[in-house]
Design a protein around this ligand. Structure first.
Ligand code: PXL
Length: 276
């Protein structure tokens, strides 16, 4: 018999264009050699030009997906993406407690507080941001906001490393074990410095900025590669270094798609060594 690979769960929305969301997560899980499972929260009608419709899944169906896979298959690490509504967030929090996902239950839990697409399409209702803060952040092993999400969550506009440190402190105070402030949206900075904080120590993770507009699904790819690494038993700093290296290569291999913004590409992992 073949060995069962590590099993991971994404709780997120579908992107019909295949660039971000559940589709990016599954591609990343595949490239990382882990078995990906899904609890779908919403179906977006989407192409490379943007989102033209959203249909949310009933909260009890989201919870049932989480419980079904956890009870039978088992989950070694989980992540969240687009959660859409406060009702879905409440159902996710309850289901995760039931199956021991999250810091109390000890199954690593990556909370990526997805608020909007790159085009500015809203993926989380206004009233749901506070539910994310109060219901999911205290359960998270790590939260992974970009700078737009940092501003919505904390009110802090990050312009430099000192601002990123203040934001990391404010995020950590909301209850996660670790906060990762991603610097990718600081567009005039030639480096994309991410800042990782556990309440005591700041770890700076720089990477050269890649000149491309095709970064759709970048945040999802980073959070899902961190999740895969945690499922493989890495500690949080090692998993974040792995995720940062994974997404940097994925941005370097991003490709055009349709008439708008193309996705980052987990395909780099399939390329010959010299082309990575
Ligand atoms: O990249 C964030 C994201 C997450 N989930 C879904 C999305 C997007 C961005 O467009 O569509 C479903």
């Amino acid at each position: 018999m073949n060995a069962t690979p590590p099993r991971v769960l994404t709780i997120a929305g579908s992107d019909s264009g295949g660039g971000a969301g559940i589709q990016a997560d599954l591609r990343t899980f595949f490239a990382c050699g882990v078995h990906g499972m899904t609890a779908v929260t919403a179906v977006t009608v989407q192409n490379s030009l943007g989102v033209s419709g959203v249909s949310t899944i009933p909260p009890e169906v989201v919870a049932a997906q989480i419980e079904a896979v956890a009870d039978d298959i088992g989950v070694l690490a989980a992540k969240t993406g687009m959660l859409a509504t406060a009702e879905i967030i409440a159902a996710v929090a309850k289901a995760c407690d039931k199956v021991h996902i999250g810091r109390e239950g000890r199954i690593p839990f990556v909370v990526d507080p997805v608020a909007a697409s790159m085009h500015g399409d809203q993926l989380l209702r206004d009233d749901a941001m506070s539910a994310l803060r109060t219901e999911l952040f205290p359960r998270a092993t790590i939260v992974t906001p970009n700078l737009d999400e940092v501003r919505l969550l904390t009110g802090i506009t990050v312009r430099d490393l000192a601002g990123a440190r203040a934001a990391a402190r404010a995020l950590h105070a909301l209850g996660p074990q670790w906060a990762l402030v991603k610097g990718g949206h600081m567009h005039d900075d030639p480096e994309c410095v991410d800042l990782l904080y556990d309440g005591e120590t700041f770890l700076e993770l720089p990477a050269a900025r890649v000149d491309t507009v095709h970064t759709h699904g970048g945040g999802d790819t980073m959070a899902s590669s961190i999740t895969a690494a945690l499922a493989r038993g890495m500690d949080v700093p090692a998993a974040v270094r792995f995720g940062k290296a994974f997404v940097t290569r994925a941005v370097r291999h991003a490709y055009p798609l349709g008439g708008g913004v193309g996705p980052v590409s987990a395909f780099w992992r399939l390329a010959p060594e010299e082309e990575r």
